[in-house]
Write a protein that binds this ligand. Structure first.
Ligand code: 5GP
Length: 240
């Protein structure tokens, strides 16, 4: 990519496209955890995350969920619709793990039925504090109807993704998604990848996600690669 990025996140870079209303998203090989305190470069990670994200965006689109995904350009680069991003991390939890176990008296692995939705306000300087509906409305981020619509879509996304993973022997423990607006519509944006989900092997309980990196539980790339192989039928992409 020759031009300067419009925006550089911890693991993705976003560039202007020649096509108005579209952006170019490049999945880099950087991996970070704990607010960026731990960071590394893992050659090929971006390709795995781009492949899984593109696959799930298309899977969700085919089930009636509007996403920003347009098409892949190469194995780590996708074209997306430009959205005005809503600064919220919408987190769905099917089982207790991670921060919810540290903050509340839940047992690790405890099932949430119905799933628990938590929203964090995206603000690095404030360490993404948890937010509630009243604060979202007071900050003028969304109105009541929009919050309700996002919750409904999020639960549907969880239903579709959980079923897909379950059939392939993986438990979708939790995940984080982000939404944005374009022309009055709210679309799913950002990514759906092993960086933003917790995945446990249904037989062994083994982590197949960024927790492998966070807690030095083994070879992260190999875990990500195994998810790609199990999730994407006939995946033949390589490291690039
Ligand atoms: P937790 O709140 O337990 O740290 O995270 C819950 C879920 O949301 C996990 O699957 C985690 O990977 C994802 N998540 C939470 N915050 C972030 C974030 O800032 N970036 C990414 N990529 N994922 C996040």
């Amino acid at each position: 990519m020759n031009s300067e990025p419009l925006y550089e996140g911890k693991a993705k870079s976003v560039y202007r496209s020649e096509q108005p209303g579209e952006l170019i998203v490049r999945f880099r090989d950087d991996i970070t955890a704990f607010d960026g305190e731990k960071k590394d470069v893992l050659s090929g990670k971006g390709v795995f995350n781009a492949a899984v994200s593109a696959f799930f965006f298309e899977h969700l689109e085919s089930h009636g969920i509007a996403t920003h995904f347009v098409r892949m350009v190469d194995e780590r680069t996708m074209i997306v619709r430009e959205l005005a991003m809503i600064p919220l991390e919408v987190i769905v939890r099917n089982r207790a793990a991670g921060s919810i176990v540290r903050r509340y008296p839940f047992a690790e692995g405890q099932v949430f039925d119905p799933p628990v939705i938590v929203m964090d306000f995206k603000d690095d300087a404030r360490h993404d504090p948890m937010i509630n509906d009243d604060i979202i409305m007071a900050l003028d981020l969304l109105n009541r109807e929009e919050i309700d619509a996002i919750r409904k879509t999020t639960l549907e996304i969880n239903r579709l993704l959980s079923a897909y993973f379950r059939e392939r022997g993986i438990t979708l423990v939790d995940f984080k998604i982000e939404f944005g607006k374009v022309g009055g519509a709210i679309l799913l944006g950002d990514e759906i990848s092993m960086d933003s989900m917790r995945l446990w092997d249904r037989e062994t309980g083994e982590s197949l996600d960024k927790d492998v990196y966070r807690f030095d539980r083994g070879d992260v790339l190999s875990a990500y690669g195994r998810v790609v192989q199990r999730i994407i039928p006939g995946y033949s992409g390589g490291r690039g």
